[in-house]
Write a protein that binds this ligand. Structure first.
Ligand SMILES: [Zn+2]
Length: 164
């Protein structure tokens, strides 16, 4: 029976294929054992996963923040909502969102609502003044009988940025 041989990587002499140490020069052989092969495959898989996850590719932006899916309502629900006061309000103001109309019907105020929405809630303001406190013009709308009474549009975009 013929025994398999390999060349010693150090002295180039023929040695047993399974030898881990060369009998001629005592040089250590690197042998691919089953275990080493498994480790190599695992490492290759890990490397592949890292690369395919886009960790090193610049064109893929890894978005770690998962946004909650937008609330969707069925056409039946929407039809029902359209005949509510909020639905009717939104029909009159197509640019307003459903949640805006819901809040307005509840007579709620919030940062980010528009001046137009405020007028809907409170009517025309008792005073609407541009004021400049040194950091640009900001609009102040006040309703004397309301609390909060004054609302501010600091960047003139028609959206309420603060109130007091
Ligand atoms: Zn050798």
């Amino acid at each position: 029976m013929e025994t398999k041989t390999k060349k010693c990587s150090h002295c180039k002499k023929e040695i047993d294929a399974m030898a881990t140490r060369c009998p001629h020069c005592q040089g250590k052989m690197y042998v691919w054992t089953k275990e080493k092969k498994i480790v190599a495959v695992i490492l290759a898989v890990i490397v592949f996963m890292i690369f395919s996850s886009g960790l090193f590719s610049s064109d893929k932006t890894t978005t770690t923040t998962t946004q909650p899916p937008a609330k969707t309502i069925s056409p039946e629900e929407l039809a029902k909502w359209k005949i509510t006061p909020a639905g009717k309000l939104c029909e009159k103001h197509p640019t307003w969102k459903k949640e805006d109309c819901d809040r307005l019907v509840d007579e709620r105020i919030w940062i980010g609502m528009t001046y137009e929405m405020l007028i809907y809630l409170n009517g025309k303001p008792d005073s609407a003044n541009p004021s400049n406190y040194g950091n640009g013009i900001k609009y102040q709308y006040c309703w004397h009988d309301n609390t909060p009474s004054c609302y501010y549009d600091t960047n003139n975009d028609g959206i309420i940025d603060s109130y007091n």
